[in-house]
Design a protein around this ligand. Structure first.
Ligand SMILES: [Zn+2]
Length: 109
């Protein structure tokens, strides 16, 4: 059975992780929190894993937010189109979206 990491369950874990992340010497941290430098060295991997997980979660959140925003804009566009068509105005039906590839080339100054 794997040994439990004492730093992970330490009541000062946040301070330990910050000290490790800022590159404070292991001996100094070990002395302050009464853990062994070897244990702190092993714990460094746990900090790295936590950072990767937090980063992935943040990226996921960012992607979700962008997708939500795109859906909101699309819904609004459909609402506006439906409204103009229900009012008998079909001019909006022929509006097409212009992408970057459709833009005419500009002359450089
Ligand atoms: Zn740990």
């Amino acid at each position: 059975m794997p040994r439990t990491c004492l730093a992970c369950s330490h009541h000062e874990r946040e301070a330990i992780d910050k000290a490790l992340a800022t590159g404070e010497p292991l001996r100094n941290i070990a002395k302050r929190v009464s853990l062994s430098p070897a244990g702190l060295l092993r714990h460094k991997n746990h900090v790295a894993q936590a950072i990767v997980k937090a980063s992935e979660k943040r990226e996921e959140q960012l992607g979700d937010n962008l997708l939500d925003e795109m859906r909101r804009v699309q819904r609004k566009a459909w609402e506006l189109l439906a409204r103009t068509e229900s009012e008998g105005d079909h001019r909006a039906s022929i509006v097409r979206f212009v992408g970057p590839d459709d833009e005419p080339e500009r002359e450089s100054p």
